[in-house]
Design a protein around this ligand. Structure first.
Ligand code: 0X9
Ligand code: ZN
Length: 400
């Protein structure tokens, strides 16, 4: 009897667990916080924007089918995924940032071209050196010779926190490019009296080690490449900021995709942001550019309690969502992070609001789930265009 039951279960499982070795995207039902923690601590990669109550998508390598069963949660197969290996070899090295995803060196080379083109408005700053020896660059754009009346304010834009979200660097480059070009040519959309007061800082790739690794080794890699000392690699930079560090939606295990690191700001990348921010005047706005899901998210992430500035944050966020819709017709939903997406502690967005009261956002860009992190290259330019529209609307609404 028991044998028959086991056989029946195995037979049923064969429908959901592939016989062929392949990479698979699974959807797992997550009924409560306990299940969520189990999923967060699993060695399976996250295909969703981390763990969500309700359901969460996971990536299983061919040898990880047992892990999906080990969760003990209901699941089903969503789709087969292309192997994450060998993307660097498979892809041609084109150099147009509007039509192709670029390698890290090509991104910086392109940014350097813009710095050379607009030397009066662009400076660059090394904010840190990664575990694998790469420099993390920040580009500051400001019109320095303008007579400044009134307080100086700054904006910060970060791309490439998460390695596999290739659209983040592509969009951050575009914002940097158009803003620098605009300031240099006097063709700015800011009020004239404000132009000299505003500094915009762009970090095109906060996590270059992870980004390169997602090209050369594992297309679905998310974290940086810190050796954690126990055979596991990587800290999730978006769980490593100090605000509510260690709380919900992060893991203390190095193998987890949402590993928070041994201490707040333990990583050179986040520490670089911390030091850089310490030198900036009032930070009026911050946007962390991620994918995917088409959402404009604001603090708090670590709790479902609202901030004191919820109404204002919601207002500017909705302005951005509207601007995107006007530009491309794409629907981005604006909400508080913890309620619109999921709880997660130690995020950049929370920290910028916490320590500097910046109007802080995470934008989850295209798409709505079909391609996930593998957003096709023909969608780079339209995504850049719609986020540029959001950027303009954001600055115009705040700087008056
Ligand atoms: O989990 C994250 O770090 C972000 N999503 S992603 O898929 N790009 O990884 C969301 C961060 C902000 N929102 C919350 N923390 N809830
Ligand atoms: Zn992300």
């Amino acid at each position: 009897m028991l044998r028959r039951l086991v056989a029946l279960v195995l037979c049923l499982l064969s429908f959901v667990v592939p016989a062929q070795p392949q990479w698979v995207r699974y959807r797992v039902l997550v009924p409560d916080q306990f299940a969520a923690q189990r999923v967060a601590d699993s060695p399976l990669g996250l295909f969703s924007e981390a763990v969500t109550l309700g359901s969460t998508d996971l990536i299983a390598a061919p040898n990880q089918t047992a892990e999906i069963l080990r969760l003990g949660l209901p699941f089903w197969r969503v789709q087969e995924l292309p192997s994450p290996y060998g993307w660097a070899k498979r892809r041609p090295q084109a150099a147009d940032y509007r039509t192709n995803y670029l390698r890290y060196d090509a991104i910086i080379a392109q940014c350097e071209q813009w710095r050379a083109l607009y030397p009066n408005v662009v400076t660059r700053q090394a904010i840190g050196v990664t575990v694998n020896g790469r420099t993390v660059w920040a580009y500051n754009v400001v019109k320095p010779w303008f007579v400044v009346t009134g307080p100086r304010i700054s904006f910060v834009f970060i791309g490439g926190t998460h390695a596999r979200e290739w659209i983040g660097p592509a969009v951050t480059m575009h914002l940097f490019h158009l803003y620098a070009e605009g300031l240099a040519s006097g063709n700015t959309f800011l009020p004239r009296s404000a132009v000299g007061r505003v500094t915009a800082t762009f970090i095109p790739v906060l996590n270059p080690d992870g980004y390169e690794y997602s090209w050369t080794n594992d297309r679905y890699w998310r974290k940086n490449r810190r050796p954690n000392g126990d055979g596991t690699f990587g800290v999730d930079l978006n769980r490593n900021y100090a605000t509510a560090w260690g709380g919900a939606g992060s893991s203390g295990w190095g193998g987890s995709d949402v590993y928070r690191g041994p201490a707040p700001f333990s990583e050179p990348e986040t520490r670089g942001v911390q030091t850089m921010v310490g030198r900036l005047p009032t930070i009026a706005g911050f946007i962390d550019l991620h994918s995917y899901g088409q959402q404009v998210l604001y603090p708090w992430s670590y709790t479902t309690d609202p901030t004191q500035d919820a109404a204002l944050l919601d207002h500017y966020g909705s302005v951005m969502a509207q601007a995107i819709h006007d530009r491309s017709g794409k629907a981005y939903e604006c909400s508080q992070s913890s309620t619109g997406l999921y709880l997660s502690a130690g995020c950049g967005e929370d920290w910028f609001y916490d320590v500097r009261r910046a109007m802080a956002y995470t934008i989850e860009m295209r798409d709505d789930g079909t391609y996930g992190f593998l957003l096709p290259e023909d969608q780079i330019a339209p995504t850049q265009d719609e986020i540029w529209a959001a950027y303009r609307a954001f600055l115009s609404a705040i700087v008056r």
